[in-house]
Write a protein that binds this ligand. Sequence first.
Ligand SMILES: [Zn+2]
Length: 255
Amino acid sequence: MDVFWVVYMAAIGAVLGSFYNVVGMRTPISEPFTTGRSHCPHCQRRLSGLDLIPVVSWLLLRGKCRTCGRAISPVYPLTEAVTAFLFAYSYYVFGFSAELAAALIFVSLLVIITVSDLYYYVIPDRVLIFFAVPVAAVRLVIAPLDPWWLAIAGAVIGFSLLYILAVISNGGMGGGDIKLYAVIGPVLGVTGTLLSLFFAALIGLTVSLVFLGRKMTRKTAVPFGPFIACGALIAYFWGEQFLVFYLETFLYSRL
Ligand SMILES: [Zn+2]
């Protein structure tokens, strides 16, 4: 592990995180993200280079627009910081290996759909289709699971379980969540897919109870994508350790 490369990956992650924010916010409303400079959503002032340094600009401006003084959503610096951390952590865990490619693609997908789901309650099909290609390349050729078909089994099981959940919850779970599993299932494999659902449900329930409890009715729309993203990342990076810890603590100790 080389400190230089950890810092380098964090910097790349911060810059890409800034870009993923734009992709996540513009794709659902079909606004092209390759044209049009970033601007303040309140006063429309175009942002200069100084306003576009990931995380740093937001902190220096104390979360307010330089011109109109209106609040800038903390989702921007959070997305940048989280992507920076996850890129650096991916390198820390996998080094320069084939699995690093899988990790970076996986992180990128999850960051983008989280932004879209938070802002618009939508996981765009176009993002999923775009990522389906590199995910297939990674899991079928570059960094296959052992055995390789666990990738396909993960997609089938994730998709099916979410489909059943959607039918049971009568629309509480969106179509985007179901399709998302067809793309993240191959990265996670079977065990990872099941663990990610477990973590997603746990986090979703906790957050709903703590933050939404008072004002929640049955009709309150809760974007489930961010919970799936958190669950998927925990399962991907720490799922194995969790299983070992769990089995050792609760099963083997009783034997
Ligand atoms: Zn402004």
